[in-house]
Design a binder for this molecule. Structure first.
Ligand code: CA
Length: 234
């Protein structure tokens, strides 16, 4: 079955443009014009991924995001923010969005990111990727990938879908040196000729360490490998 994408955008030209492009890529697409419509359609239609504009009538993208994260933790959320809304990126990620794209955006880049999220089987050339169990435990951390629940020393911690995805990826490659470029390609869906600064990843790792590590300054779970990337020690 094709993945389902809900596009929430009040500007008609953008909404229709996105819908047409995603339909061309064989996704099932629904659209919503305001925040309340978005929530209703998410509840009824259960999309796999929501592309969510920030400034919306009736309910803002933030409110919708917070609601979705609570009611439908398995849905991926990509926020659309205007360039002038720099701080909204941070807030959007804090609200539980998995990613954000700044307007004006390139449709190809957005498609690549969506594909990366919805790709169920990681494509790694050369060696098979080990299966990941529904739940794993390491160094006092427990992750349940099916229920999207996480705890540290018995206490619940909040992780975004992206963070779950990242940890799942790390787990599959535990003990290996993982290049930042590989993470950007496999998790974010960038291509080699379309690479952003690797700081994108470093910022995510800083946040993850704050949630997982006893001492984020002296990490023991996600280790830095100078000049290369990271190594996951589980
Ligand atoms: Ca808008």
């Amino acid at each position: 079955m094709n993945s389902k994408i809900l596009i929430v955008e009040d500007e008609e030209i953008i909404r229709i443009g996105l819908r047409d492009n995603f339909e061309l890529e064989n996704y099932e697409v629904e659209t919503a014009e305001d925040g309340e419509d978005a929530i209703r359609k998410a509840d009824e239609w259960k999309p796999d991924l929501v592309i969510l504009d920030l400034m919306l009538p009736k309910k803002s993208g933030f409110e919708v995001c917070r609601y979705l994260r609570k009611k439908h933790p398995q849905i991926f959320i990509i926020m659309l923010t205007a360039k002038t809304e720099e701080t909204s990126k941070v807030t959007g990620l804090e609200m539980g969005a998995d990613d954000y794209v700044t307007k004006p955006f390139s449709i190809l880049e957005l498609l690549a990111r969506v594909k990366a999220f919805l790709r169920r089987v990681p494509q790694v050339v050369g060696h098979p990727v080990p299966e990941v169990p529904d739940a794993i435990e390491f160094q006092g951390i427990r992750l349940d990938f099916r229920k999207f629940e996480a705890s540290r020393k018995g206490e619940e911690i909040e992780l975004s879908t992206r963070e779950f995805q990242l940890l799942r990826y790390f787990w599959q490659r535990r003990g290996e040196v993982i290049l930042r470029e590989d993470i950007l390609q496999d998790i974010w869906g960038y291509t080699p000729d379309n690479m952003p600064t690797t700081r994108t990843i470093d910022n995510h790792i800083v946040k993850l360490r704050q949630k997982l590590e006893d001492d984020p300054a002296e990490p023991r779970i996600i280790l830095s490998i100078r000049g290369a990337g990271y190594k996951f020690d589980a």
